[in-house]
Ligand binder design. Structure first.
Ligand SMILES: *Cc1c(COP(=O)(O)O)cnc(C)c1O
Length: 359
């Protein structure tokens, strides 16, 4: 069986370095917010060509804390509306809700699966104060058009870059990341970060993530406990220098899939530009999705569905059940994710292409 994603194999080249780091870590006796988190924050900000990075507990908290910080800073008020793609992982929407804001869902472009900028403006009201833009599956959303709409309506623009480590885009107010093990840059547990050029935002998020405190036992805000773990930061520092090479391997595999899969029943992902995709996932589409998944499984290929149920159809999202997002719903019915990672072997890619072309 070709696994959908072999995380153990991805981490194997780093195992000795991880073990040495663990030994040093035990010797320091300092387990929370130490030198590793500090160094990772500096290194990841530089990697993102940005000024500040704040490590936090996970990708969902990165979104919540960013919006909570904007509330503390007086830029947002509870009840303000935030534009967000209807076609995303539910975490994007939960991040807005848990900050006390109102997610306003917008349909995607059927070809790219990312938010359709032409569908944004009709959703903007007097209460709209920001946008959370997702680079779904690792493809950059159409940021030029999005930024223009943002400037025109004076909106805060936050990117949910949980699937897009390595995409370089400058201009938004903040970018949130997840280091969940399966992401392009994953740690050995939970982790997340916010990257920004805004010093006040970075300081407020840092404080909110640590009990609302900048100085120990002095609490400026009603804060949270959502810190990037010191050991996870140490592991991430070992992996970060290899991220570009790993993303390049994903791109090489994607290029083969795109040029060698030839089957009228299968719709390949559409790339809007060049160099705008880090292929967190390689997602194909077909009307008989479940049948194709079964066929691939019978031929030794494990696939996944990202995602089977649209956020507005989830049991947890009762207030959104009456809304209709036909393009989002169609995508959720038809998508299938092929194996994709930096450790997928050439022969495995060849086999997957051969089996798909014979379907
Ligand atoms: C993974 C993911 C998140 C949440 O990250 P966690 O670290 O699991 O909390 C948020 N948004 C998107 C688009 C994601 O893929």
């Amino acid at each position: 069986m070709i696994p959908f994603l072999d995380i153990k194999a991805i981490n194997e080249p780093f195992e000795i370095a991880f073990q040495e780091k663990l030994k040093d870590f035990l010797a320091t006796g300092w387990y929370i917010l130490g030198d590793e988190v500090k160094a990772f924050e500096v290194e990841f900000a530089a990697y993102c060509e940005s000024t500040y990075c704040v490590g936090v507990g996970n990708g969902l908290d990165a979104i919540i804390l960013t919006f909570k910080a904007y509330i503390e800073m007086g830029y947002l008020q509870e009840g303000d509306e935030i534009i967000v793609p209807a076609n995303t992982y539910i975490a994007s929407i939960l991040g807005i809700l848990h900050a006390g804001l109102v997610p306003v869902l917008v349909e995607p472009n059927i070809n790219t699966y990312n938010i359709n900028p032409k569908a944004i403006e009709e959703k903007i009201t007097a209460k709209t104060k920001g946008m959370l833009i997702v680079h779904l599956y690792g493809q950059l959303a159409p940021m030029d058009e999005i930024m223009e709409i943002g400037y025109k309506h004076n909106l805060l623009i936050v990117e949910d870059a949980a699937q897009a480590h390595g995409l370089q885009f400058k201009g938004s107010h903040a970018r949130t990341f997840s280091f969940y093990p399966g992401k392009n840059l994953g740690c050995l547990g939970d982790g997340g970060a916010v990257v920004t050029n805004d010093e006040k935002l970075a300081k407020t998020i840092k404080s909110l993530s640590n009990y609302g405190s900048q100085q120990k036992y002095y609490n400026d805000y009603l804060g949270f406990n959502s810190r990037l773990d010191e050991l996870q930061a140490a592991f991430l520092r070992i992996k970060l220098p290899h991220l570009n090479a790993e993303n390049d391997k994903r791109r090489i595999i994607a290029k083969r899939y795109l040029s060698e899969i030839k089957n009228d029943k299968i719709i390949l992902p559409f790339q809007e530009g060049s160099d705008n995709h880090v292929f967190h996932l390689f997602v194909i589409r077909t009307p008989k999705r479940d049948e194709l998944q079964q066929y691939l499984s019978e031929n030794g290929i494990q696939t996944m569905i990202h995602y089977p149920i649209a956020p507005h159809k989830q049991k947890a999202m009762k207030d959104y059940h009456h809304l209709s997002f036909p393009i989002t719903e169609q995508i959720h019915r038809e998508v299938l994710s092929l194996p994709m990672s930096s450790v997928l072997k050439e022969g495995e890619v060849t086999h997957i292409i051969k089996i798909l072309n014979a379907y």
